[in-house]
Write a protein that binds this ligand. Structure first.
Ligand code: BTN
Length: 253
């Protein structure tokens, strides 16, 4: 049996600003990869695109993993599908749920966001020095307390109608991430598994990217997790953005 990388060392905190910040400090101080920082509460949890990530204390999974993948910088984006698949596999195998993925960084249950992924990389010259992989998974609370989020976001408790054993879920998720990470480091793209989980392929979508709005058909994803948007006969490759699936006149998350 090989030694695990992700979860090799776990530091648990009651309250932090952001687990990503602590993981980054550790990385800057030379910590080897695989360190996980978890927190019961984040006072300045970050989401993508400058958003906040706020979750009631002690209810959920919020953690960051320090990785030093032997990947060329242009392939770092592979870690996002990897993380999405790790979360989705865990929810399916541990809780018998049927999650889907929403490009680029969200995990959905019943069409609503249950988990988000935030990666932050550090480079030295042309070389990647480390990546911080931050994951937030909504577990034991109800979105009914957040009416402004409830149309778009959910929790495991809301979906299952009961509380979940967070420790068992965490242990499973670390194992899944570790298995997938080894495969990505070996050069696998996980593309077929990723495609199979993407809810939006073949559908009309709208993408907001850096203030620009693009519309088209979500045709495919490439080996690095970029989205191929088909606009008439043209194809645009996108590496980031906020997607809305357009369903006839209705819009879904
Ligand atoms: C998103 O969907 O916008 C990404 C959310 C990522 C949240 C996690 S929680 C643990 C880690 N620490 C942070 O400050 N953010 C990530």
């Amino acid at each position: 049996m090989r030694e695990r990388i992700i979860g090799r060392k776990i530091l648990r905190y009651a309250q932090v600003q952001s687990t990503n910040d602590l993981a980054r400090d550790a990385a800057d101080n030379g910590e080897p990869e695989g360190l996980v920082i978890t927190a019961q509460e984040q006072l300045a949890g970050r989401g993508r695109m400058g958003r906040q990530w706020i979750v009631p204390r002690g209810t959920s999974l919020q953690f960051s993993v320090l990785l030093r993948p032997p990947l060329a910088p242009q392939h770092v984006t592979r870690l996002i599908p990897m993380a999405g698949l790790g979360i989705a596999n865990t929810l399916e195998r541990e809780l018998n749920l049927q999650p889907t993925l929403k490009w680029p960084n969200d995990v959905l249950l019943d069409g609503k966001k249950v988990a988000g992924i935030l990666t932050e990389s550090s480079m030295q010259g042309d070389a990647l020095t480390y990546v911080i992989l931050g994951i937030g998974l909504n577990v034991n609370y109800t979105m009914r307390a957040y009416p402004e989020l409830a149309p778009f976001a959910t929790t495991l408790q809301d979906v299952l109608g009961r509380a979940v054993d967070v420790s068992a879920l965490e242990a499973h998720l670390f194992r899944e991430l570790d298995d997938l990470y080894v495969r990505v480091c070996d050069g696998e793209t996980l593309l077929d598994d990723y495609r199979a989980r993407l809810a939006m392929l073949g559908k009309p979508i709208r993408v907001m990217e850096r203030g620009e709005i693009l519309q088209g058909i979500a045709e495919d994803v490439d080996a690095d997790g970029a989205l191929i948007l088909k606009q008439g006969d043209a194809r645009v490759k996108l590496f980031a953005g906020d997607v809305t699936i357009l369903q006839g006149n209705k819009e879904a998350i």
